[in-house]
Ligand binder design. Structure first.
Ligand code: RIB
Length: 309
């Protein structure tokens, strides 16, 4: 066990987001005229690392980029935000991850990700004594998502567990999870679609009972984001509910990442669960008020101001 654990380690994806706005999302087989094209730094891992850093945490990231111009730019983006990038390595001969994103007038989106180098973050990259393993063992909390191989996430969770590092999994994109992983999770964060996948149900119905059902699968706590209906958190018998903050939504891309990172930061700061859930909802709401994923992630002062209001 490593003494004096501090800060967050984030294991996950880095993508370049290629974004176009359209009046509405296209139907299958349909071609739509869109608005201007923009590129943003993205990837759920990179977004959560940057969001946590903007909220005041010390963050080290473990990930992979391509040996292309996007990869170099994505690494510069992390460094500029003060995120430790020593364990974000380029994969020779491989392109960076890319996300093709459409955002409609209501701020809703569709995202298709081509993983590129993210698929090359392998369990053996977390070998004992490796820099990546040390980053996980030395952190107080590890955050991961599912845009890198599941075996690598499982290996990271095992390392974290053995080192006394607490583990928050944002199970996005939606996927079933093996029991071996579920039992290692301290906090599971999902939206409704992801909850259905984890519970292996086609639909989840009413939110009541959802967080409890997820927790029964093994995690010590479960948080469920419900969009404009707020979020739930269950860490035992009780289910806490937080209403959504009323904000003007421009683009919901990155809102889940802001929520996840803020929840981890609040728990790292030993905030009480209700306070942590409120903090996370405030960060998630602010992220919907601006375009892009990385560009929309709020800073600490903005979240504190929304909470005071
Ligand atoms: O959660 C939003 C992110 O999902 C985007 O930045 C995109 O890269 C995908 O990973």
């Amino acid at each position: 066990m490593v003494d004096a654990k501090q800060g967050l380690s984030v294991l996950g994806s880095l993508n370049m987001d290629l974004v176009v706005r359209a009046r509405r999302l296209p139907r299958p087989g349909e071609t739509l005229a869109g608005g201007p094209f923009q590129t943003f730094h993205g990837g759920k891992g990179g977004n959560q690392a940057v969001a946590a850093a903007r909220l005041g945490a010390s963050v080290a990231m473990v990930g992979r980029v391509g040996d292309d111009a996007y990869g170099a730019e994505l690494r510069r983006g992390l460094a500029a935000e003060g995120v430790g990038d020593a364990e974000v390595r380029p994969v020779p001969g491989c392109p960076s991850g890319v996300a093709l994103i459409t955002v409609d007038d209501a701020g809703e989106n569709t995202i298709v990700v081509t993983p590129g180098a993210n698929a090359w973050l392998l369990p053996q990259d977390l070998a004992p004594e490796s820099g990546a393993a040390r980053a996980i063992q030395e952190a107080a909390w590890l955050i991961a998502q599912l845009e890198v191989p599941l075996d690598t996430v499982l290996q990271a969770a095992r390392l974290a567990h053995a080192a006394g590092t607490r583990f928050l999994l944002n199970a996005a994109p939606a996927s079933q999870l093996p029991e071996a992983l579920l039992s290692l999770i301290d906090v599971l964060v999902v939206n409704r679609v992801e909850a259905a996948a984890v519970l292996e149900r086609s639909r989840v119905g009413a939110p009541s009972g959802l967080a409890r059902a997820l927790r029964r699968l093994g995690p010590r706590a479960a948080a469920v984001t419900l969009g404009d209906q707020g979020a739930l958190f269950c860490d035992g018998a009780r289910v806490l509910r937080q209403d959504a903050f009323a904000v003007e939504t421009v683009d919901a891309v990155g809102a889940g990442d802001a929520f996840t990172a803020a929840l981890a930061v609040a728990l790292l700061e030993s905030q009480a669960p209700a306070e942590a859930l409120c903090f996370a909802c405030a960060a998630g709401a602010l992220a919907t008020t601006r375009a892009g994923a990385r560009t929309s992630l709020p800073r600490r002062a903005e979240v504190d101001a929304l909470l005071r209001r």
